[in-house]
Design a protein. Structure first.
Length: 463
């Protein structure tokens, strides 16, 4: 947008969060809450941007490594007015409109901000000195109240802590989202004082300053208070997360994903899911996960940073982390895929199977109670129940290779590094320590003996 600068306020400590983490890094649907206003900032393509950071500045910077974000350090957090004054130092040559967003108002949408800017700018050269978004709340506690005169014109904002008992009953509140004409902002910002309950420079004091100068102030009352909800404590954090998840789930459902119980399905912002996929309650789908079409994700499944091919099924209570799964694969129930796996088409991983840094070829099966780590497994391999790749010698990790069509009998240990050749058989209960050539049988069991009557004799001894 032309002649637009955006300032995002994110320097505050967030005392009410009672946390060692800066408030704006607390997560809402898998992203630090600051992610959301920054995303709007980027989408608006403003000519100039300034993100004010202070408390935990290094952590905040580290969480947003994009070069496009211009951080400004507010060393001491003396209030929102002081924060904007600090940001203006980096915008001193700017002329136009300055939009101010709060780092702790993550539910505001780009549509609302764009509509707000449009309204503000409608007057052209005679547009207001400042516009702000307000909302009516049943429980306005904690917010700045909008004081209006007999003609319903906005006169000033009074902070919760500075309210008279009468003002406390006002239920129209300040959202903390404003747009200022730069000429007004540059001159008025210097005039804010700190004679108030918190001894801070309050940005909303600019409203009374504009009114005193006879300048026009426009208040846009937003119909949906949810969007402008500020997060100051963990109760509000949880409430905001509910709203964000609902938005995410509804947009996925509109795109053709079935979510059986959207209120109990936890999908992070940015996760992609194809049409006709069904997600059961209690699923957590996180990070940069991409899920194909017609996938089934059963109850209690946790998927993190993974790619799941079409028509694959992840059955109840399975965990899939940093793995790539092909088409028509079947995982679980109760399987654990630790990071670094590639599971090819139609492969099956069953219950109580742990797999790590392993490639499992097309149509291969590890159906029960196994540990497969640092392995490369070919196509159509059958791995019996209780198979263990002994990949760690206490110092180093070693690779197990199992070639196409091999059969691993139940309860075998494959002591890596070791290769089982194409089509080879490992007899049940074998400990393999040497490479097995293709089509061979390896078996390390001792010869089975049957001693007739042995048990009867033993019982007789007892008497
Ligand atoms: C602020 C408004 C209040 C409004 C509410 C809406 C003020 C004085 N009050 O109150 O009218 O109803 O937002 O959510 O502005 N920040 C800095 N530097 C500072 C202080 C704050 O960057 O020195 C940042 C915070 O990180 C936060 C934002 O500014 O992202 C708002 O600060 P906060 O302390 O949460 O203000 P509220 O008390 O919520
Ligand atoms: Ca706040």
């Amino acid at each position: 947008m032309k002649n637009l600068a955006v300032i995002v306020l994110a320097a505050g400590k967030g005392t009410r969060m009672k946390s060692t983490r800066p408030k704006v890094l607390h997560e809402v649907a898998g992203k630090p809450m600051l992610f959301y206003p920054l995303a709007i900032m980027e989408e608006l393509k403003a000519g100039r941007v300034a993100v004010v950071i202070g408390h935990g500045a290094d952590d905040v910077k580290a969480a947003f490594p994009s070069k496009k974000i211009g951080f400004v350090l507010q060393k001491e957090q003396l209030g929102t007015g002081h924060a904007v004054a600090t940001a203006l130092k980096s915008l001193s040559d700017f002329s136009g409109d300055v939009l101010v967003l709060s780092g702790d108002v993550p539910l505001i949408t780009k549509e609302t901000v764009s509509a707000f800017l449009k309204l503000h700018r409608a007057g052209g050269r005679s547009r207001p000195a400042l516009s702000l978004i307000t909302m009516a709340l049943d429980a306005p506690k904690g917010y700045g109240r909008v004081v209006r005169d007999e003609d319903r014109a906005v006169v000033r904002i009074v902070e919760d802590k500075d309210c008279t008992p009468g003002e406390r009953h006002i239920n129209e509140v300040n959202s903390g989202i404003y747009v200022f004409r730069s000429d007004f902002l540059f001159s008025a910002i210097k005039k804010i004082g700190r004679n108030n309950a918190q001894g801070e420079y309050y940005l909303p004091d600019l409203i009374a300053l504009a009114v005193a100068k006879g300048l026009n102030v426009k208040a846009l009352t937003h119909a949906d208070p949810e969007e402008v909800m500020g997060i100051n404590n963990r109760v509000e954090l949880a409430r905001a997360a509910v709203v964000m998840r609902r938005r995410i789930n509804e947009s996925l459902m509109m795109e053709g994903v079935t979510i059986i119980d959207p209120e109990h399905t936890y999908i992070d912002h940015g996760v992609k899911i194809g049409a006709d996929t069904v997600v059961y309650p209690g699923a957590h789908i996180k990070g940069a996960t991409v899920i194909g079409e017609s996938v089934v994700i059963e109850e209690g499944v946790r998927i993190v940073d993974s790619k799941i091919g079409p028509s694959t099924a992840i059955k109840s209570y399975s965990i899939v982390e940093e793995s790539v799964l092909g088409n028509k694969a079947q995982i679980g129930p109760l399987a654990r895929l630790r990071p670094g796996n590639v599971i090819e088409d139609q492969a099956r991983i069953g219950n109580f199977v742990e797999v790590k840094k392993t490639r499992i070829g097309k149509g291969s099966k590890v159906n029960h109670l196994s540990y497969i780590g640092d392995a490369v497994i070919g196509e159509s391999v059958n791995i019996g129940a209780g198979t263990i790749t002994c990949n760690y010698d206490g110092v180093h990790k070693h690779r197990t290779t199992i070639e196409d069509n091999a059969f691993i009998g139940s309860d075998s240990q494959l002591v890596a590094p070791v290769t089982i050749g194409k089509g080879a058989y490992v007899g049940s209960g074998t400990t393999v320590t040497k490479d097995v050539p293709p089509d061979a049988l390896v078996i390390t069991r001792t010869k089975e003996r049957v001693i007739e009557g042995w048990a009867r004799k033993k019982r007789a001894e007892k008497k």
